[in-house]
Design a protein around this ligand. Structure first.
Ligand SMILES: [Zn+2]
Length: 92
């Protein structure tokens, strides 16, 4: 029953890399608008917008969760961690 030595590993839904989420060490970012938890590497590489090669995975995830696609940034990319907004009509 040595739960204290147990590591909680999560797999990043975007890049498929495992990262530690507790105890003591909490990596990754919770993106409310996307309802997903991504790793630090994704934050570093995509904080100014998701790379286009990640988009298919993200759009698929949004579709699976029935979430609206966030408004794009001026650079045409999907925002990394936009504030959660409610858009009843999402484009499909
Ligand atoms: Zn990642």
């Amino acid at each position: 029953m040595a739960y204290t030595t147990m590591k909680f590993m999560e797999t990043c839904p975007v890049c498929d890399q495992a990262f530690q989420f507790g105890p003591k060490r909490y990596e990754g970012f919770t993106l409310d608008a996307y309802d997903m938890h991504v790793c630090d590497r994704c934050e570093v590489g995509n904080h100014d917008g998701w790379s286009p090669h990640h988009e298919p995975k993200i759009l698929e995830h949004l579709k699976a969760k029935n979430l609206p696609v966030p408004g794009r940034l001026p650079n045409g990319m999907l925002p990394f961690n936009p504030p959660k907004t409610r858009h009843p009509s999402s484009r499909t």
